[in-house]
Each structure stands twice: as structure tokens, then as C-alpha cells.
Ligand binder design. Structure first.
Ligand code: UD1
Length: 358
């Protein structure tokens, strides 16, 4: 294993905090590692700040693919990554999560017969209209080692006929990153910049195509958040996709504190001290569960059902009345008492290193 060369892939914002603990765990074992950034996310606020906050090494290679349609982006990543694999010839490729970079690189590795491990395997929303669901299903089908965050993921894979020897329940690496950084995030007291106090504000994020790209849905959701804002200040760090969609709508949400995308530490600090989170993010459903912060997810389904069954998460969809009623219930103190899922203990990356060694 020590002589083995591992090549990690990151591309988009949610990848960075998942690869950081894995690279650190393999580093401790003296494994030779390289990091490839596909460039799917390229704004400094969507990429560079995370490298700095997480102490990630500079990427050894940057493919610079940028934005485009799904086909363009996926194809550009594949072309770039095929060259990388031909030159670098790693013994193992590690991909994380469910973004276009994940599937594109797994597909190239599989075609070149280079073993590929998928971190955060097995999650399913069973909603094939989500680009991420397509990425998840296909990535798991072609990877050799499926490293899962929770038992439901194992069950999904087994139901799909995955050979059990390819599956390893290792736990949630996003929580490794959280455990390593939450104190630093809180110590920055990021809420002060916005004139807020711990427990005195709600945090809102939105970026799913299904919520953002359709002006009718976006208007409806923003209307609901404006209602919530009458009861509690709402901080809204907006993804570039969302900011563009709001500009196209021609109406800035009344009263909301519309912020640029934030770095990892500031965002984690803000999440940990929020009274309530409203979001359509996947990772945030998990983070709020571990932090014990009530989370209302503005979707009809989730690939992370354990955050609903064990955690603080509640699916509220995009119907304004439902969103506002659920927010009011939380503000009136009707909150769930979470249980931390098994192996969401800050040691998932160690288990991943063990699994790779085996
Ligand atoms: C991607 C992932 C999504 C993840 C999200 C986190 C896929 C299919 N989707 O969605 O699963 O939750 O990242 O952020 O991989 N843009 C910028 N600057 C950037 C990046 C994007 O302005 O640095 C804008 C561009 O207009 C771009 C749009 O955002 O066209 C969408 O970017 P893209 O990478 O296609 O998907 P995300 O919506 O970011």
C-alpha cells in the first residue's frame, strides 16, 4: 500500500470538505497522493477559499473545465481526465459525492481499468430528474469500492444487486470535516458581521435546479422566506446560479440579507449558531443533524433519509404555506431531538484508509 499511488478528484464545492479528511488520513499512513481539480467550480468563493479553510494542498493538476451544459461539462472533464490517467497511471482513483466531476472521472477510470473508490456511495433520492441521482446511480455501478455513510446506503446498493464485497460502511466524512473545524468556525463569530447573535437568526440556502431554474418555483419559495423573515432575520448566502436567477426575476427578496457565497469556516460557524436552517442542500441536512440545529429541507425527497429518521431534518417541499408553518413551529419551540447516526463520529476517513489498505 505504501508504494501505491492514489489520485483524488475534486470539482465542485461539496467535494472539498469530503476529500480533506481522506487525504489527511492517507497522509498519516505515508501514502503517495495526488489531487486533481476539474475546475467545475472556479469562482474563488466557490473553490479557493475552501482550500485555504480546510488546509487542502494545492491541486497537482487543474483541468479548468468551467461551466457548460451537462454534456459539455461532463465531456470536457472526461477528455481532460483521460489524459491525466494516461500520464500519471495511479493505482487507485478516489471520487467523492455526486457532482458531474464524480461521474465523469469514475467513467474514465473504469474504461481504463483503473480501480476506483467512491466516497459517499449508495445514497438514493429515487428521483431521476435530479442530475445528482443519475450521477450517484451510475458512479456506484462502475466503481470497485463503495464506501458508504450509513446503513440505508448499504441497503440501496444490495437491493440493486451490488456484490456485498464491494461495499464498506465507513460513516460520514463530511462529519469528520465538521468535527475538525466547527470550533474554529464558531470562534470567528461570523454572525457579528451581519449584526446577529447566536440563536437569533435563520440561515437559508437554495441552489437545486428544480428550485432555482423555474421562475415560478423560485418566486414562490422566496415569497415564503419573506414571510419567515417577518419573524426572524434570515441570512441568505446565494450560490452564483441562484443570484443569476434572482437577478433574472427582477425582484430582490424583501428584507433578506442576500450574501455572497461564504467560505467553509464562516458558513459552518453560522450554521452551528442558527436557530433554524432552510435549505435544499444535501450536506447541510447532515451537518444540522449533528449540530442539533432544526433543518427544513425545501424538497419533496432526500437521498439522506437518516437525517429525517434520526436527525433534525424535515422535508417541507416548496409550498409556501407548508414552509411558513414548519418554520413557525420551530420558532415556537416544536423541535426534534436528534440522535447521531452510527459512524458519524469524525472517524470515517480512518475507516476509509483501513478499507483501502485491506
Ligand atoms: C453543482 C452540483 C450540485 C452541487 C452544487 C454545489 C452537478 C450536476 N451539480 O451544482 O450537485 O450541489 O454544485 O454548489 O455537478 N457558477 C459560477 N461559478 C462557479 C461555479 C458555477 O458562476 O464557480 C455558475 C455558472 O453559471 C454555472 C452554474 O453556476 O453555469 C451552475 O454550475 P454547475 O457546476 O453546472 O452546477 P451547480 O449548480 O454549481
Amino acid at each position: 500500500m505504501l508504494a501505491m499511488k492514489v489520485l483524488h478528484v475534486v470539482g465542485a464545492r461539496p467535494n472539498f470538505m469530503k476529500i480533506a479528511p481522506v487525504m489527511r488520513a492517507l497522509d498519516r499512513r505515508g501514502v503517495h497522493q495526488e489531487l486533481v481539480h476539474t475546475g467545475q467550480h472556479y469562482d474563488p468563493s466557490m473553490s479557493d477559499v475552501f482550500f485555504a479553510d480546510l488546509g487542502l494542498p494545492r491541486p497537482d493538476l487543474h483541468l479548468g473545465v468551467g461551466s457548460g451544459s451537462h454534456a459539455e461539462q461532463t465531456a470536457r472533464i472526461m477528455l481532460g481526465f483521460e489524459k491525466v490517467l494516461s500520464e500519471r497511471r495511479p493505482d487507485l482513483v478516489v471520487v467523492v459525492g455526486d457532482v458531474n466531476s464524480t461521474l465523469a472521472c469514475a467513467l474514465v477510470a473504469a474504461k481504463m481499468h483503473i480501480p476506483c473508490a467512491h466516497v459517499e456511495a449508495g445514497l438514493r433520492s429515487f428521483d431521476m430528474t435530479m442530475p445528482e441521482e443519475i450521477n450517484r446511480v451510475l458512479t456506484d455501478r462502475i466503481c470497485d469500492l463503495l464506501l458508504t455513510p450509513s446503513e440505508d446506503a448499504d441497503e440501496n446498493l444490495l437491493r440493486e444487486g451490488t456484490p456485498p464485497e464491494r461495499i464498506r460502511l465507513v460513516g460520514n466524512v463530511l462529519i469528520d470535516a465538521l468535527a475538525a473545524h466547527v470550533d474554529r468556525g464558531r470562534a470567528r463569530e461570523p454572525w457579528r458581521v451581519y449584526g446577529q447573535k447566536p440563536g437569533g437568526y435563520a440561515l437559508f440556502t437554495l441552489h437545486r435546479p428544480s428550485n432555482v431554474d423555474d421562475p415560478a418555483v423560485l418566486s414562490r419559495v422566496l415569497g415564503a422566506i419573506e414571510e419567515v423573515q417577518r419573524e426572524i432575520p434570515v441570512l441568505f448566502p446565494a450560490h452564483p446560479r441562484t443570484r443569476k436567477a434572482i437577478e433574472a426575476l427582477g425582484r430582490t427578496p424583501r428584507g433578506l440579507l442576500l450574501l455572497p457565497p461564504l467560505g467553509y469556516l464562516d458558513f459552518l460557524g453560522l450554521t452551528s449558531a442558527a436557530r433554524l436552517v432552510l435549505t435544499d442542500s444535501g450536506g447541510l441536512q447532515e451537518e444540522t443533524t449533528v449540530l442539533g440545529v432544526p433543518c427544513l429541507t425545501l424538497r419533496e425527497n432526500t437521498e439522506r433519509p437518516i437525517t429525517v429518521s434520526c436527525g433534525t431534518n424535515e422535508l417541507v417541499g416548496t409550498d409556501p404555506q407548508r414552509i411558513v408553518a414548519a418554520a413557525r413551529a420551530v420558532l415556537e419551540g416544536r423541535v426534534k431531538t436528534p440522535r447521531t447516526p452510527r459512524f458519524w463520529d469524525g472517524r470515517a476517513a480512518e475507516r476509509i484508509a483501513d478499507a483501502l489498505f485491506r
